[in-house]
Design a protein around this ligand. Structure first.
Ligand SMILES: O=c1[nH]cnc2c1ncn2[C@H]1C[C@H](O)[C@@H](CO)O1
Ligand SMILES: [Zn+2]
Length: 387
C-alpha cells in the first residue's frame, strides 16, 4: 500500500489563491475604478477629457500611462478618475463596485483610502463626500453578502501632501471614526513634500487616540521614513519599501540592519508593500528583485497590497500570484502576509483577533487540507466560495 504525506513547499494554484481569504490595507478608491464605469460616469457627467471611450482601450491606457517609471507621471493618470468622481451618485457607485470587486477577489477585510478634498468640484461638501462613499461601501458589502461573499471595508481619509488641508481632513476623519472611517493618510508626490509639513494634523490625531498611516519611502528614501515615524508618529508606512536602503546583505549572506531598519523591524512597524505599483513607478526593477523577498525572510511586518488596481491592472490575487511565481511562496507564506495585514488593521483588537482566528486561519486550513481529498475534488472552480 502506498502512502501520501502532506505536501510541503507546494505552490498554491490560481484557484486556491483566489479562494484564500485576503486582507488589503493599501488600496486607493480613485485608483480602482472599473474602466467601463469611468466611461459611463464620464458620459453621464459631461466629462470630455478621457483619452479613450472604449473600456478595454481605456483600461490599457491607464496601465501604460502609469507605467512611466516616475511617481509624478503615475499620479497624473488620476485626473481622469477623480474627474468623474464629483457627484454623490458617482461616489456611491464607485465605492459599491469597489466593495463588490474586492469581495469577488476573496478579500475579507480592506481599508480603502481616498482624498475627500479632491471630490468637491461638483458642489459636494467634505461631509457629503464621506457619507456618499460610506453608503457605497455598505451597499457593496450587502450585495456581496447576498452573493455569499463576506467582506468588510473601512475607509481611510487621505490628505494630499502638496495641499494645505490636512488638519481639516484629520478632523473629518475623527468626526467619522464611529461611522465607517478607521484612519487617516497623506499621499501624493513625495519628493519636496515631507510629512512634517502636516505635523499639526498628526498631532491632532495623536491627541484623539486616532490612527494614521503615511505614504513614505516609495519615491523618496530613508529621510522620509524616518520623519514619518519619528516626527509624525505614523502607525504604519504606506509602501516603506525604501527601508531596504538601510539593510546591507554581505557576500557571505549575513545581513546587517541600520538603526532605522532595526527600529522598523523591532517595533513591528507594518509595511504596506505594493509590488506592482513599485514596478511602475521605478521603486523596484522586477518582482523577483522586489525587496519584499528579503523583508519577508527577515521577518519585517510585511503586508501585500494593490495600491491602484486600475493603474496597475491588478488585484490581491494577482499580487499574490506574482509573488508565488517570483519567490515560490506557499499557502503558509500567503497566510503569514494575511495575518500580518489583519494584525496591522485600524479596527479594534478583539475584531482583528476574531478575523484572524475565525476567518483567516480556518480559510487557509481548509485550503491546506485540500490535498487530502484530491480524488473527490470538483473539476469546476466557478464560485471562489462554493463547497
Ligand atoms: O502610490 C501612491 N503614492 C502617492 N500617492 C498616491 C499613490 N497612489 C495614489 N496616490 C494619490 C493619488 C490619488 O488621487 C490620491 C488619493 O487616493 O492618492
Ligand atoms: Zn498609495
Amino acid at each position: 500500500m502506498t502512502s501520501q504525506t502532506a505536501p510541503t513547499g507546494n505552490t498554491p494554484s490560481s484557484d486556491q489563491i483566489l479562494r484564500a481569504p485576503k486582507v488589503l490595507l493599501h488600496d486607493h478608491l480613485d485608483g480602482g475604478l472599473r474602466p467601463a464605469t469611468v466611461v459611463e460616469l464620464a458620459r453621464a457627467n459631461g466629462y470630455s477629457a478621457l483619452p479613450d471611450t472604449d473600456p478595454d482601450k481605456l483600461g490599457l491606457w491607464f496601465r501604460e500611462a502609469a507605467d512611466s517609471g516616475s511617481l509624478e507621471r503615475y499620479l497624473e493618470t488620476f485626473s481622469h478618475t477623480v474627474g468623474v468622481m464629483q457627484s454623490r451618485d458617482a461616489l456611491v457607485r464607485v465605492a459599491r463596485e469597489c466593495a463588490e470587486d474586492l469581495a469577488a477577489d476573496g478579500v475579507v477585510y480592506a481599508e480603502v483610502r481616498y482624498a475627500p478634498e479632491q471630490h468637491l468640484e461638483g458642489g459636494l461638501s467634505l461631509e457629503e463626500v464621506v457619507e456618499a462613499v460610506n453608503e457605497g461601501f455598505r451597499e457593496g458589502e450587502r450585495a456581496a453578502l447576498a452573493d455569499g461573499r463576506r467582506v468588510r471595508i473601512g475607509a481611510l481619509l487621505t490628505a494630499m501632501r502638496h495641499a494645505a488641508r490636512s488638519l481639516e481632513i484629520a478632523e473629518l476623519a475623527e468626526r467619522h471614526r464611529d461611522s465607517g472611517v478607521v484612519g487617516f493618510d497623506i499621499a501624493g508626490a513625495e519628493a519636496g513634500y515631507p510629512p512634517t509639513r502636516h505635523l499639526d494634523a498628526f498631532e491632532f490625531l495623536k491627541r484623539a487616540n486616532n490612527h494614521f498611516t503615511i505614504h513614505a519611502g516609495e519615491a523618496f528614501g530613508l529621510p522620509s521614513i524616518w520623519q514619518a515615524l519619528q516626527w509624525c508618529g505614523a502607525d504604519r508606512l504606506g509602501h516603506g519599501v525604501r527601508i531596504i536602503d538601510d539593510i546591507t546583505v554581505h557576500e557571505d549572506g549575513t545581513v546587517e540592519l541600520g538603526r532605522l531598519a532595526s527600529y522598523v523591524r523591532d517595533k513591528r512597524v507594518p509595511l504596506e508593500l505594493c509590488p506592482s505599483s513599485n514596478l511602475q513607478t521605478g521603486a523596484a526593477a522586477s518582482y523577483a528583485e522586489h525587496p519584499i523577498g528579503l523583508l519577508r525572510r527577515l521577518h519585517f511586518r510585511a503586508t501585500v497590497n494593490t495600491d491602484n488596481r486600475l493603474m496597475s491592472h491588478t488585484s490581491m490575487s494577482r499580487e499574490f500570484e506574482h509573488l508565488v511565481d517570483a519567490f515560490g511562496y506557499t499557502l503558509d507564506d500567503l497566510q503569514w502576509f494575511t495575518v500580518n495585514g489583519m494584525k496591522s488593521a485600524f479596527i479594534p483588537f478583539d475584531e482583528r483577533l476574531a478575523m484572524i482566528n475565525d476567518v483567516i486561519k480556518p480559510g487557509y486550513a481548509a485550503l491546506k487540507s485540500e490535498w487530502l481529498f484530491k480524488q473527490a475534488a470538483p473539476t469546476s472552480g466557478s464560485s471562489p466560495f462554493g463547497g
